[in-house]
Design a protein around this ligand. Structure first.
Ligand SMILES: [Zn+2]
Length: 463
């Protein structure tokens, strides 16, 4: 490990990037980095069963937002072996207690220009420090070991356990994984399979996303998996992967994906935003599902359930591909924009299928939210880590329902479509949504939405 020196730099005026997470992340101070914008991560792992350690590397392309003599990344690793910036060896320091990797390029970075950082490191799946802000609420396996393999659960603030990154939802980037596995294992990750080569008993899979995604929905699974291929609306390629021991039983539920896609596209009024979709059914996932970009993750047992109407969670994670992934949240205080939409459209789906009236679904959500708001905080000011993940669903959904009841279905649908199309592949804040509401409705509904999102008490049930 090399220490960061303090030698003076010549020539240009430089600003050293620093972590200003208090300014961006109210609840998760220390998270995130400033001074650059990441365009892409190319991650590589060599996986071998029987050890938690994996030789790894990540190649990060970013653009400097101002002159940088040094910069930081969110990171936890067993060891960093080398760092280069634009091909030249750089000084670096890994501090696992602060979860930061500080990098000092040999030649300072110029404002506006892209730069490439290549980091060779050792990832260790047994290295799982608890979330520093809310250790008592961090009850997840993030490197989720399962059946000799693993998958990832980084939401909201643990994806930097997997590789060094700028781990905030507003800094989206294309992500690719190159993973080498021994015979009998398979790897699958976000996006599309770009290559698969077998040599000397090991197979190397390369998956990558066409579009930028937020870091908290990066996904890679290694294990014994069976692939289901299919085609969605307007020729969208589908691929799902399920624990091979449960694949046969999961066939019926996996087969629901095309019609769910069709329904969601019509309800939101916009085509599915990514280049592929599918579900991932694995072990080790208990009590939650995750909207991994292009590949929603579930416990395989959930996918073996009957096709009897309890497929709402599949629709919930699918809607997140629009709201949460394609339109990501700017900060975790905006999480209701992701969870509220996922919950709202799930209620709408049950109504459309004749299972339950939307009004009844929303009344339950409202009752729950009214009772829990003092504990969870209002949807736009979650009280803690659990509230980010679970407390923003019902309040966000009822807020959208209140807007729909106030403005009528047609105007509400126009708001949704406009918001989605305007912020697709970008990040949006609560104010961004309010601006679209006001623009499309022709009214100033700022106070109305703010009361639902930030009020100490839940407003009366809509209508
Ligand atoms: Zn959700």
């Amino acid at each position: 490990m090399k220490k960061i020196g303090l030698s003076a730099l010549c020539g240009v005026m430089l600003v050293t990037s620093s972590t200003t997470a208090q300014a961006t992340e109210r609840l998760l101070p220390g998270l995130g980095n400033t001074g650059y914008d990441v365009q892409s991560y190319a991650v590589a792992y060599d996986y071998s069963p029987g050890t938690s350690q994996m030789p790894a590397s990540v190649d990060i392309v970013a653009r400097a937002e101002h002159g940088l003599s040094s910069f930081t990344l969110d990171a936890v690793a067993r060891q960093v072996k080398s760092v280069t910036v634009n091909g030249l060896p750089a000084e670096y320091q890994l501090d696992n207690s602060k979860e930061k990797l500080t990098v000092k390029p040999r030649i300072a970075l110029l404002p506006g220009l892209p730069f490439r950082t290549a980091i060779s490191f050792v990832a260790d799946r047994s290295l799982e420090p608890k979330s520093p802000s809310f250790p008592e609420q961090d009850n997840f396996d993030h490197w989720t070991d399962w059946d000799g393999g693993f998958e990832l659960m980084g939401q909201p603030n643990r994806s930097h356990l997997f590789f060094p990154m700028n781990d905030i939802p507003s800094d989206k980037a294309r992500v690719s994984f190159r993973v080498s596995v021994p015979k009998g294992y398979q790897a699958v990750a976000n996006g599309t399979l770009r290559s698969e080569r077998t040599k000397a008993g090991r197979t190397t899979y390369v998956f990558g996303t066409r579009d930028p995604i937020p870091t908290h929905v990066a996904q890679l699974a290694v294990g014994h998996l069976t692939e289901f291929k299919g085609t969605g609306p307007h020729g969208l390629p589908l691929r799902s992967f399920v624990d091979s021991s449960k694949a046969k039983a999961a066939g019926a539920r996996v087969g629901l994906v095309p019609e769910q896609l069709q329904w969601v596209e019509e309800a939101i009024g916009a085509p599915y935003p990514f280049e592929t979709y599918g579900v991932l059914g694995v072990g080790g996932v208990t009590g939650y599902a995750l909207e991994s970009a292009t590949l929603s993750m579930f416990n395989a047992d959930y996918l073996t359930g009957p096709v009897d109407g309890s497929d709402g969670t599949m629709v919930h994670e699918l809607v997140h591909q629009y709201f949460g992934n394609a339109v990501s949240v700017k900060t975790w205080d905006d999480m209701w924009l992701s969870e509220g939409h996922a919950a709202y459209y799930t209620g709408l789906y049950h109504d459309a299928k004749g299972r339950r009236k939307l009004d009844d679904f929303m009344r339950d959500a409202w009752e729950f939210e009214s009772g829990e708001r003092p504990k969870y905080g209002p949807p736009g000011r979650p009280a803690d880590l659990s509230s980010i993940l679970y407390g923003t669903n019902p309040g966000g959904a009822v807020t959208l329902y209140a807007l729909r009841q106030k403005l009528g279905l047609k105007t509400f649908q126009q708001i949704e479509k406009t918001f989605f199309e305007r912020f697709r592949n970008k990040a949006a804040s609560t104010q961004d949504y309010i601006d679209v509401v006001n623009e499309v409705s022709g009214q100033d509904l700022t106070a109305f939405v703010r009361e639902w999102i930030y009020g100490a008490k839940t407003p009366p049930f809509p209508g």
